[in-house]
Design a protein around this ligand. Structure first.
Ligand code: ADP
Ligand code: MG
Length: 462
């Protein structure tokens, strides 16, 4: 049964993915046992484990579920560098040292080696990226580049947005997709710090031409967190030449940044305009529904289930950063594995996450009110500070000012100063307008907005 399952499994997977990838990563796997809906799958190295889990987890699971006609199935990976010796197996958890990959022929080795040179991490895929309001456009643009890297009109593609919102995940997913589809396309992922370091070093050692040559051979170059270029004023001139060089050689450049290039201070004008020549798209915090879907997916990836009300509790209380959502799920998972809880009930979950969620709370100030109100009205915070007079922005600004006057112990002068240097009477006037809508006109729409924002503020602050 094990042998026929393994054979069928490999047949199906080999017809689904590229041969080189199959040969390097799937062919060397072995099914060791199938018991109680748990399949033990042997892989030759930690690297294989990471790659298979990141890139093919769903495919493998679905294929095995189909073959075995089972709804619930779990895969336990066993890392075993020498398939011949079955006596000293380790589970992933015990695995500490990198082991050499012994069982590979040179072809497979090439694929594994060339993958490790890309500096990509296999855990980042399009498949495990949850899309929603805030990231749909960035996701679609990333896929466009990944699906046709040779003739994308988006060059460079620049994705910008706040910390922990999935920028690195998305651009790494591009790299992984390109590599899986064609290991001959040369992909390089590099942090901007390392990129600048390499360039500065190459100049110092007079090897800049060799480094440029190396870059010229790349078809896709992904540079993460380019806001750091601004710190390196002196090397920006050389950076500009390097970018031109890559560009002239038809290399596709993919960039991420915490900010829009026009908001990166001290960025060389020529770099700024070079970065702006392709497509710039932003990624914003996920809405409630997307946050809930992310929590569910992250739990699924860790191999456990979270009750719907617990999912909603997390999604409601952590609403800025995906990395933190992940942290909460990991915390529950730890509890789940230590105490072997089948399901964690809401009261239990609240207890487990108590430190985590209240630690995120902080004192309210003008800046936070602006953040929360801007998020609520789905506009950029900057607009609150600018002269923009569209109704939506004016409503949001008025509401933010009113909440500041109501909830904070600050003067209208100080509030005005934080709203792009407005006059104190402007603040009083705008606040009174909202006050009257709530208490005099009893405008139900404005009352609802006010109450929802206050609920959010109470959740996030103390
Ligand atoms: P950034 O580079 O924007 O700071 P990361 O890409 O490092 O953020 O994301 C932080 C964590 O959140 C990563 O573990 C990533 O997998 C996860 N993450 C972010 N957005 C999503 C999403 N939409 N779906 C699934 N995971 C996400
Ligand atoms: Mg990042």
């Amino acid at each position: 049964m094990i042998e026929t399952t393994e054979k069928k499994f490999k047949e199906i997977v080999s017809s689904t993915i590229k041969k080189t990838t199959y040969d390097a990563f799937i062919e060397p796997t072995r099914i060791l046992s199938i018991e109680n809906d748990i399949i033990k799958l042997q892989v030759p190295s930690k690297f294989h484990y990471e790659y298979i889990k990141g890139q093919f987890r769903k495919l493998i699971l679905e294929t095995l579920k189909n073959i075995l006609e089972k709804e619930d199935l779990k895969i336990d990976f066993v890392i075993e560098p020498q398939p011949e010796s079955f006596d000293k197996k380790e589970t992933v958890d015990d695995y500490i040292l990198e082991k050499p990959i012994l069982s590979l022929s040179s072809d497979k080795k090439n694929t594994v080696e060339s993958y490790s040179k890309t500096e990509l991490l296999p855990k980042y895929t399009f498949e495990n990226f949850v899309t929603g309001d805030g990231n749909e456009i960035a996701f679609a643009s990333a896929q466009q580049v990944a699906f046709s890297p040779k003739n994308t009109p988006y060059n460079p593609l620049l994705i910008y947005g706040g910390v922990g919102l999935g920028k690195t995940h998305l651009v790494q997913a591009i790299g992984n997709h390109v590599f899986n589809e064609n290991p001959n396309i040369k992909v390089l992922y590099i942090s901007s710090d390392k990129f600048v370091y390499n360039i500065v070093n190459a100049i110092k050692n007079k090897t800049i031409d060799a480094y440029k040559d190396e870059l010229r051979k790349m078809n896709v170059i992904i540079i993460d967190d380019i806001q750091f270029f601004a710190r390196r004023e002196k090397s920006q001139e050389e950076l500009f030449h390097v970018f031109n060089h890559i560009y002239l050689n038809q290399g596709v450049i993919i960039l991420t940044s915490d900010f829009h290039p026009r908001e990166i201070h001290n960025l060389d004008e020529r770099l700024r305009s070079r970065f702006s020549m392709g497509l710039i798209c932003d990624i914003r915090p996920p809405d409630l529904e997307t946050r809930a879907a992310i929590v569910q997916l992250k739990a699924e990836e860790l191999g456990f289930r979270i009750d719907k009300d617990v999912v909603m509790y997390i999604a409601n209380n952590i609403n800025t950063n995906v990395r933190e959502l992940e942290g909460a799920v990991k915390k529950l998972h730890m509890h789940h594995s230590i105490f072997a809880d089948q399901t964690i009930e809401l009261s239990k979950a609240k207890d487990i996450l108590k430190g985590f969620i209240t630690a995120k709370k902080s004192a309210l100030n003008i800046d936070k009110v602006q953040d929360i109100v801007a998020e609520y009205f789905n506009i950029k915070k900057d607009l609150l500070l600018q002269k923009n007079r569209t109704q939506q922005v004016a409503d949001a600004r008025g509401m933010a000012m009113y909440i500041c006057t109501e909830r904070l112990n600050v003067t209208t002068q100080s509030i005005g100063a934080h709203f792009g240097g407005r006059n104190h009477s402007t603040v009083s006037h705008a606040s009174k307008k909202i006050h009257d809508k709530i208490f005099v006109e009893k405008n139900s729409e404005v009352i609802r907005q006010y109450e929802e924002i206050i609920t959010k503020i109470n959740l996030l602050t103390h």
